[in-house]
Design a protein around this ligand. Structure first.
Ligand code: CMP
Length: 143
């Protein structure tokens, strides 16, 4: 079954949005297989965002994502990578549709509430960056 890496960013943790965001994934029917509140090191941030290295916003991105705890999660389910990105909405919260997570909770791109893997390859890479295999729970769930 497909898995994706989802990270609630420091802005949303600060604003007490963790429970509301988890609820959306639970209500949708996806299965939570791993979760932890953690503060990301600069080196992990640079690995996670390696594809953006060299872009004008890279330094600010690394400094923001390491500025406070994030809530890191792995969600599992049918087509979860694509569907969860639809649930998040466009990267720029001002362009994200109302009803999406970013559309409902965010205003600016560099404080856009949540991250989700954008492909099978990036999901695998990001899950392995943030979690060990032992941390991924294997259980059945009737939905
Ligand atoms: P995310 O999905 O975590 O992936 C890269 C992040 O870079 C993105 O969300 C934004 O939060 C952040 N970012 C900051 N500035 C920009 C920008 N100008 N264009 C795209 N992404 C940006």
């Amino acid at each position: 079954m497909e898995k994706t890496y989802v990270m609630i960013k420091p802005d949303a943790v600060q604003r007490n949005l963790v429970g509301k965001i988890i609820a959306r994934f639970e209500q949708k029917g996806y299965k939570l297989v791993a979760a932890k509140l953690m503060t990301i090191s600069e080196s992990l941030a640079k690995k996670h965002y390696a594809e953006h290295d060299g872009k004008p916003f890279f330094k600010d991105l690394v400094s923001f994502i390491t500025s406070g705890p994030v809530f890191a999660m792995v969600w599992e389910g049918d087509n979860v990578i694509e569907v969860s990105r639809k649930m998040m909405g466009k990267t720029n919260p001002q362009e994200a549709a109302v009803g999406t997570i970013r559309g409902d909770y965010g205003i600016v791109t560099h404080r856009n509430i949540i991250h989700g893997s954008d492909s099978v390859e990036s999901a695998e890479r990001e899950i392995n960056l943030f979690f060990t295999q032992e941390e991924l729970q294997n259980y059945s769930k009737n939905i």
